[in-house]
Design a protein around this ligand. Structure first.
Ligand code: AMP
Length: 284
C-alpha cells in the first residue's frame, strides 16, 4: 500500500492504473478510521480493481467553534488498518496542498453551493458545512478521478448532497452507498465516538433506540410526525442528551406526506460537548 501526499503523485499513479485498464474505487474520509470506514473500503474493493482511501480533515466544512482542531488525527494507525483491509493507496494531502490560495493572491477558493438541501437539518445547524463538504469532495474527485466512490448512509444528508452535485455538475463518478455500521449496542460508529467516555458510549445507545421506537410507532399506523418527534426529543433530553433535532422526512428529505411509504428518521443530539448524528430508513 502506498501513502501519497501530493496531487501530482496521485494523478501520476491513477493515470498509470487507468492505462492498464484498471477501475478506481474511492473512499473519502477524515481519518480516525473505525470498522464503518473499513466496510466502505471492502465495498469499494468488491466493485473496483484499485481502491484509494483519502484521509483529510477538511477545514472548509467545520464552522467556527466546531471541533476542527480537536478532530482526532491518527494517520499511522489508519494506514495500518487500511493496509490490513486491502486498500491500495492512501491519499493524505496537507491543508496547503488542498487549499493553496494565500490571502491577497487575487482569487480565493472556488466553492460548490448546493441550494436548498444544504440549508436544512445539518445545514441549518452547521451553516456552510455542506458547501465545504461538496467542495472538498469535488476537488478530491478531480484529483483521484475515480470510477466509483463509496459513502456511508450514516451521513444521510451528505450522501444526498453529493448525489445532487455529481448529477448537476456531470461528474463521471458512480456514487455507491453503504449501510450504517453500528456497535453491538446500536450506537452508530463514528470518529467522534472517540470523544465519549465508556459510560457515555453506553448511554448513546439511546439514540438508536429512540429511532427504533419511532419506527415501531409508525409501523403501528401512527402518523402524527410532529408528536413522534417531540416525544423522542423529550425522552432523549430526559436521558441526558441535548437534542438538536429529530426529524421524520421522506427519502429526499422533504417533509413527508401522511401516506409516504418510505421515510427516514434523522437525529442530531449532543452528549456532553459531542455532537452525534444517526438515522433510520423505514418502509411501511
Ligand atoms: P468521515 O470520516 O466521518 O468523514 O466518514 C467518511 C465516510 O465514512 C463517510 O461516507 C461516512 O458516511 C462513512 N461512515 C462513517 N461512519 C460510518 C458508519 N458507522 N457506517 C457506515 N459508514 C460510515
Amino acid at each position: 500500500m502506498q501513502i501519497i501526499h501530493t496531487i501530482s503523485e496521485i494523478r501520476r499513479l491513477v493515470a498509470a492504473y487507468k492505462q492498464e485498464g484498471k477501475t478506481i474505487g474511492f473512499v473519502p474520509t477524515m481519518g480516525n478510521l473505525h470498522q464503518g470506514h473499513l466496510e466502505l473500503v471492502k465495498m469499494a474493493l468488491s466493485k473496483s480493481d484499485i481502491v484509494i482511501c483519502s484521509i483529510f480533515v477538511n477545514p472548509l466544512q467545520f464552522g467556527e467553534g466546531e471541533d476542527f482542531e480537536q478532530y482526532p488525527r491518527t494517520l499511522d494507525k489508519d494506514a495500518q488498518k487500511l493496509k490490513l483491509a486491502g486498500c491500495h493507496i492512501v491519499f493524505a494531502p496537507a491543508v496547503d496542498e488542498m487549499y493553496p490560495h494565500s490571502k491577497g493572491s487575487g482569487c480565493d477558493q472556488s466553492q460548490i453551493i448546493i441550494p436548498d438541501i444544504s440549508d436544512i437539518l445539518e445545514g441549518a445547524a452547521r451553516p456552510g458545512h455542506f458547501t465545504g463538504v461538496a467542495t472538498v469532495v469535488a476537488k478530491l474527485f478531480n484529483m483521484v478521478q475515480p470510477d466509483k466512490a463509496v459513502f456511508g448512509i450514516k451521513d444521510y444528508q451528505q450522501l444526498q448532497v453529493i448525489k445532487c452535485f455529481v448529477q448537476d455538475l456531470c461528474f463521471p463518478v458512480e456514487i455507491l452507498s453503504h449501510s450504517i455500521v453500528r456497535e453491538s449496542n446500536g450506537l452508530a460508529m463514528s470518529s467522534r465516538n472517540a470523544f465519549l467516555s465508556a459510560e457515555q458510549k453506553q448511554q448513546a445507545a439511546a439514540i438508536y433506540q429512540a429511532l427504533k421506537h419511532i419506527e415501531s410507532q409508525i409501523h403501528k399506523g401512527i402518523r402524527d410526525y410532529a408528536a413522534l418527534q417531540q416525544q423522542a426529543e423529550k425522552q432523549l433530553n430526559i436521558q441526558g442528551f441535548r437534542t438538536d433535532y429529530i426529524s421524520i422526512r421522506d427519502v429526499d428529505l422533504n417533509m413527508p406526506e401522511t401516506e409516504s411509504k418510505k421515510l427516514v428518521i434523522l437525529a442530531a443530539v449532543y452528549l456532553g460537548n459531542t455532537r452525534l448524528i444517526d438515522n433510520l430508513q423505514i418502509s411501511t
